[in-house]
Design a binder for this molecule. Structure first.
Ligand SMILES: CC(C)(COP(=O)(O)OP(=O)(O)OC[C@H]1O[C@@H](n2cnc3c(N)ncnc32)[C@H](O)[C@@H]1OP(=O)(O)O)[C@@H](O)C(=O)NCCC(=O)NCCS
Length: 209
């Protein structure tokens, strides 16, 4: 279990309320972005799907919200509606990720950090949360596809023990680029568990500074 209490970010399940912020990061991160509708489907209809978001722990980066002036009748109406109201806006997102659980294999479908928040350990935190989440729902291994040219993502995956297990020619429809298939060792292997624990300790120390 990841203890977020002393970290500057926390990872939690993605909900529909996150989709606007997810789409902002999605369009800034991918040359062939998914639509909001695709994410909505993932959240509500895909039983294999597990999606997470990362946000600043203290909400410090939350944009200032100036309450609009309301007349007395709007305030009355507001009180009456309060019971059914949408939850207050949480801190904005700094990243998200997700996987599909297929039989005994978890397949990372996406991971992205907001461009302005990269190189601060958020990608690692999301990947760790997904590796732990995958183990919790019974995954034996975690696998994914990554563009051959995506050096930063490949470095992240390598750091977490993913190895190239194959390739898919012309996998990406936007530019015909090949995908590499990368896979973790068996999650329960004692050696891999030790590697993950070491990475987690180092990440905690870095994020807690
Ligand atoms: C890949 C991505 C999620 C990494 O997120 P991040 O929050 O910046 O990553 P972190 O700060 O946690 O970095 C962790 C490790 O990833 C690797 N890494 C991340 N960015 C890198 C870069 N620009 N160059 C080289 N390695 C990089 C490093 O190994 C790094 O470890 P280090 O700090 O010890 O060197 C982010 O670059 C991103 O959102 N890219 C666009 C979306 C994308 O390509 N997703 C992957 C789809 S397969």
């Amino acid at each position: 279990m990841i203890d977020y209490s002393r970290l500057p970010y926390r990872v939690e399940p993605m909900t529909s309320y996150d989709l606007d912020a997810v789409m902002e990061i999605e369009y800034a991160s991918f040359s062939a972005p998914w639509s909001a509708r695709a994410y909505d489907y993932e959240l509500h209809y895909n039983e294999m799907a597990h999606y997470y978001v990362a946000r600043p722990q203290n909400g410090a980066a939350r944009p200032a919200v100036v309450a609009p002036r309301r007349s007395w009748w709007q305030r009355m109406l507001g009180r009456a509606r309060a019971a059914n109201s949408v939850p207050a806006a949480p801190a904005p997102l700094v990243g998200y990720g997700g996987f599909w659980m297929m039989v005994d294999e978890a397949h990372v479908s996406t991971i992205a950090t907001h461009p302005e928040w990269r190189r601060r350990g958020i990608g690692e935190l999301l990947l760790l949360a997904m590796l732990e989440g995958a183990a919790e729902v019974g995954a034996r291994v975690v696998t994914l596809e990554v563009r051959v040219s995506n050096e930063s993502a490949r470095a992240l995956y390598r750091k977490y023990g993913f190895e190239v297990a194959g390739a898919r020619k012309n996998y990406y429809s936007d530019n015909g680029e090949d995908a590499l298939i990368m896979t973790t060792p068996t999650l329960t292997l004692a050696e891999y568990q030790r590697t993950l624990q070491g990475l987690k300790d180092t990440l905690y120390a870095r994020l807690s500074q």
